[in-house]
Write a protein that binds this ligand. Structure first.
Ligand SMILES: CC(C)(COP(=O)(O)OP(=O)(O)OC[C@H]1O[C@@H](n2cnc3c(N)ncnc32)[C@H](O)[C@@H]1OP(=O)(O)O)[C@@H](O)C(=O)NCCC(=O)NCCS
Length: 208
């Protein structure tokens, strides 16, 4: 995708290889509760880049006019296909996370995963395959409508790929900004359920 001027000098484009560390750092500072955010920028960069490069996925980033990274969206047409990790990537992720893998956070995540395993599977089994995986706007640039613009790009990708059914968006129940955003965009709250140590909202959003 070539760079496209979307609003007041903000440019939207697709990420290049050298952007992924900055992207991972932006996501980690904006969604610090996510497990990936706790495993370091190299882990995040590998993880998000792997999802993004899958043929069923897309990602778009926004820069301000000085070239600062202002936001990112990552989405997929098939959550399961883009979540599988090959052996080589698993090793790279393991090395990137290093000692962070043995932190109390990771143990707690594993334990709460076991505790809610059956209810989680039950709740997630009917989710649409297409998903908005991550959206983040840097705090200095929030309130400029950038999230709206990034979601438009994601939906254009879905339309080009003939998606007809709604896609799913998962967010923490406590995340007021994100929940307001999805409600304002006309998404429907489908359910609230436990995922590891979090209470999640699942939204269904049809293409605009
Ligand atoms: C959620 C987020 C992406 C919104 O980005 P943004 O560019 O500021 O959003 P927009 O300017 O397009 O705002 C669109 C609407 O979202 C809602 N909204 C956005 N941030 C909000 C906040 N902090 N509190 C309440 N409502 C908010 C408002 O309804 C807003 O519409 P309005 O300006 O007409 O009132 C941004 O706040 C963010 O990065 N948050 C941290 C990361 C995160 O939680 N991501 C979602 C994970 S699922």
């Amino acid at each position: 995708m070539s760079k496209q001027d979307i609003n007041c000098g903000f440019l939207i484009t697709t990420p290049e290889n050298n952007h992924w560390i900055d992207i991972a750092e932006l996501i980690a500072s904006s969604i610090p509760n996510a497990l990936v955010s706790k495993l370091g920028p190299r882990f995040g960069a590998l993880y998000y880049e792997n999802i993004s490069k899958h043929p069923q996925s897309c990602s778009y980033i926004v820069f301000d006019k000085t070239g600062r990274l202002a936001g990112i969206i990552l989405g997929t047409l098939d959550y399961n296909a883009t979540s599988s990790l090959d052996f080589a990537l698993k090793i790279k992720l393991f090395l990137a996370a290093n000692l962070r893998l043995f932190s109390p956070t990771v143990f707690r995540w594993l334990l709460t995963g076991l505790r809610f395993r059956s209810t989680r599977k039950y709740h997630m089994k009917d989710f649409p395959k297409a998903q908005l995986r991550t959206i983040v706007v840097h705090e200095d640039f929030r309130g400029n409508g950038l999230a709206d613009k990034l979601i438009n790009e994601l939906e254009s990708f879905f339309k080009k790929n003939n998606l007809e059914s709604p896609y799913v968006i998962l967010t923490e129940k406590s995340n007021r900004g994100a929940n307001n955003l999805y409600e304002k965009l006309g998404a429907t709250l489908i359910k609230t359920y436990h995922y590891h140590d979090k209470t999640m909202n699942a939204w269904h959003k049809s293409l605009s």
